[in-house]
Design a binder for this molecule. Structure first.
Ligand SMILES: Nc1nc2c(ncn2[C@@H]2O[C@H](COP(=O)(O)OP(=O)(O)OP(=O)(O)O)[C@@H](O)[C@H]2O)c(=O)[nH]1
Ligand SMILES: [Mg+2]
Length: 208
């Protein structure tokens, strides 16, 4: 849940990058960390195995002036995508405010993507939450690969609903689309929490 400190005029929001193993969640955070100004960001903390697979989670914080009169701190987390780490994924989702679901555009990853999306919904239920309550966006990652799954197909698989959510094409490796993705979910959160803070005009974060 968002942590709002009225006396310090500060709001803290937790965003979780979720998706199947190797979809590019850690790469999103690594590139975001390289692209934001040093005054805005904290350290990027990663706990990885030798093969660079996320073992527990990655974490970084970003400070921005987004809601009038409030300093906004976004706490960005990734989950470990490997099936064996489900307990950790459940734990990382605790208190989540917004989600980026990272889809791998490789054809042979479609089953893993779909399983991961179902797993996200199950783990939200374990936390007494659901996608109906938590703002989320979709990121179609690895658009740079040869023969990626077409957009219309990805939209059909993951965004087949009356009220479509925002979706972004990205190549986390080169950084393309990663700020847009973060901006997308940040805007949803700021729209939601601007009411709680009494700030009626939210501004999109610039970096993010
Ligand atoms: N071609 C291409 N490769 C990418 C892209 N994003 C990530 N990768 C590669 O995919 C591999 C996995 O990336 P990670 O960011 O570690 O994936 P992850 O989702 O954090 O994986 P887990 O921690 O195991 O869940 C790495 O070799 C990345 O370099 C992309 O946009 N394009
Ligand atoms: Mg990772």
């Amino acid at each position: 849940m968002a942590f709002i400190n009225y006396s310090k005029r500060e709001i803290q929001l937790k965003i979780v990058y979720y998706g199947c193993a190797l979809s590019g969640k850690t790469t999103n955070l690594v590139n975001l960390h390289q692209n934001v100004m040093s005054t805005q960001k904290g350290e990027l903390v990663s706990l990885a195995t030798e093969a660079d697979r996320t073992l527990f989670f990655d974490f970084m914080s970003l400070n921005t002036q987004t809601l009038p009169g409030f300093n906004t701190r976004f706490q960005l987390y990734t989950v470990p995508g490997q099936p064996v780490y489900n307990a950790t994924r459940q734990l990382v989702l605790k208190g989540v405010d917004g989600i980026v679901f990272v889809v791998d555009s490789h054809w042979d990853k479609m089953e893993d993507n779909v399983e991961s999306f179902a797993n996200l919904q199950e783990n939200l239920i374990e936390n007494h939450l659901s996608l109906a309550q938590i703002p989320y966006v979709l990121q179609y990652n690895k658009r740079d690969i040869e023969n990626p799954a077409p957009l219309y197909y990805l939209e059909y698989c993951f965004n087949n609903r009356a009220n479509k959510v925002l979706s972004f094409e990205a190549s986390a490796k080169s950084g393309q689309g990663i700020l847009e993705t973060l901006n997308g979910v940040a805007r949803l959160l700021l729209a939601k929490y601007s009411k709680s803070t009494g700030a009626n005009k939210e501004q999109a974060p610039t970096t993010p």
